[in-house]
Ligand binder design. Structure first.
Ligand code: HEC
Length: 404
């Protein structure tokens, strides 16, 4: 019993800590977010690459929400096994509601960055929602603000994520803290607890500072070959869906109804002893683990989806071969077939003098606006980011003694 109590305390504290971090970082993120089809990705990219602290904010939000899903799950499992659910019914129900709200936030937050994974993953998820018996289409249409992904979709998801669900989470959290007020005060006045809390926060920051929240290329609705990957905690559901393709309502209707129904019914179920409860909780976890493992095995041959920088680098190589090789030549020597007819020589990207006399800014301007009589302008057909990636590609491929 004692270790169980300890896990409950630790997972509850961790959940509250993660929740606090998610809320604070979410506040920060919503300050610069723009929920529109054209601006959501650039706003996210700007935050990730060019603003100070934006990268860290995204990481905190992403990893603490993942941590929250995990610690909340551990808390609910142990609370259930210990039999507290029947003893502290209100806490259990509030905890379950809070957890479901958190899952709802994960669902609605996923699309906001509007990169490839966000767009295609959300399409898959909404496809699953559509198979909910009787009201699936109505729910999906409500979430999308129409029958297809359209300009109303992001504002809806953003409102649900940042206002509606956030407010409901606040309310639950307030009620939970209120009903355990004396315990909280006791913990917060405990020196050892506060030191542990502080050390945990610092450790968490050190851990995540090296990882970034994923960001892929901007959503491309024409790229139907793209394979979205769900978050680790939804993998099992996707795997399960594969086995019931013949009856998708089992995945979208029966399973959630049984799961949620069971969670709400727990405090009133006949109390059948800790052994039995442990067996039930362990089988749930095993089922989860096996299904998650099976997805990973199934997907191991799928190519990894490139992150933003990798994707831009691949695109830059393609663009160079498509748009620049005719003049600059495949080796960057300025000896492409078209260059033969020019009066002035096309620069040799492998020559040291070329790099001595130019900087990145000048190169960007030359590609954007064109140069001399023969270098065309690409400002109309390439974005700033694509031009920058091209310059990096040229540097990496041709610059003598190039260093990363
Ligand atoms: C039609 C031929 C042609 C094509 C296509 C072309 N270039 Fe050029 N490029 C030139 C010529 C000629 C120059 C030299 C211009 C001058 O200095 O007057 C040049 C110069 C440059 C320079 C050096 C600018 C400077 O300030 O010295 C860069 C960088 C460059 N090109 C990049 C590119 C990239 C990237 C592409 C493909 C997106 C590209 N070029 C496509 C002909 C071309």
């Amino acid at each position: 019993m004692r270790p169980l109590r300890r896990i409950i305390t630790v997972s509850a504290s961790a959940s509250l800590l993660f929740l606090g971090l998610v809320i604070l970082s979410g506040w920060g993120l919503s300050g610069s977010y723009v929920p529109s089809l054209t601006d959501a990705f650039p706003a996210t990219l700007y935050l990730e690459k060019y603003s100070s602290g934006g990268h860290l904010l995204r990481s905190i939000h992403y990893y603490s929400s993942s941590g929250l899903v995990f610690s909340g799950f551990v808390f609910l499992c142990c609370f259930y096994i210990s039999g507290f659910a029947a003893k502290y019914r209100k806490t259990w129900i509030l905890g379950v509601v809070l957890y479901l709200l958190i899952i709802g936030s994960a669902f609605t937050g996923y699309v906001l960055a509007l990169d490839q994974n966000a767009y295609w993953g959300t399409k898959v998820r909404l496809g699953i929602v559509e198979t909910v018996p009787l009201m699936g289409t109505a729910i999906a249409d409500f979430l999308r603000g129409g029958a297809t992904f359209n300009s109303a979709t992001l504002p809806r998801f953003f409102t649900l994520h940042g206002s509606v669900l956030a407010a409901a989470i606040f309310l639950c959290l307030f009620l939970l803290i209120h009903s355990w007020k004396s315990v909280f005060i006791q913990y917060l006045s405990d020196q050892r607890f506060n030191v542990t809390l502080l050390v945990s926060i610092i450790l968490f920051f050190i851990l995540i500072i090296r990882f970034s929240a994923p960001l892929e290329l901007p959503a491309d609705p024409a790229d139907v070959e793209y394979n979205p990957r769900p978050e680790w905690y939804f993998l099992w559901l996707f795997q399960f869906g594969k086995y019931v393709e013949w009856a998708p309502w089992i995945q979208s209707g029966v399973l959630p109804l049984l799961g949620v129904g069971f969670l709400f019914a727990v405090p009133w179920l006949r109390n059948h002893g800790q052994k039995r409860r442990s067996a039930i909780a362990v089988s749930w976890c095993l089922g989860w683990l096996v299904l998650t493992g099976l997805t990973i095995i199934d997907d191991k041959d799928l190519p990894d989806n490139p992150n933003y920088s990798e994707g831009m680098a691949i695109g830059a190589e393609k663009n160079f071969n498509r748009l620049c090789v005719d003049c600059h030549g495949p080796g960057g020597l300025g000896d492409g077939p078209e260059a033969q007819a020019f009066d002035l020589p096309t620069p040799d990207f492998t020559a040291r003098e070329f790099w001595n006399n130019i900087d990145e800014q000048q190169m960007i301007i030359a590609v954007r606006d064109g140069k001399g009589n023969d270098m065309p302008d690409f400002g109309g057909s390439l974005t700033y980011e694509q031009i920058l990636a091209l310059i990096h590609h040229i540097e990496k491929s041709f610059k003598p003694n190039y260093q990363e």
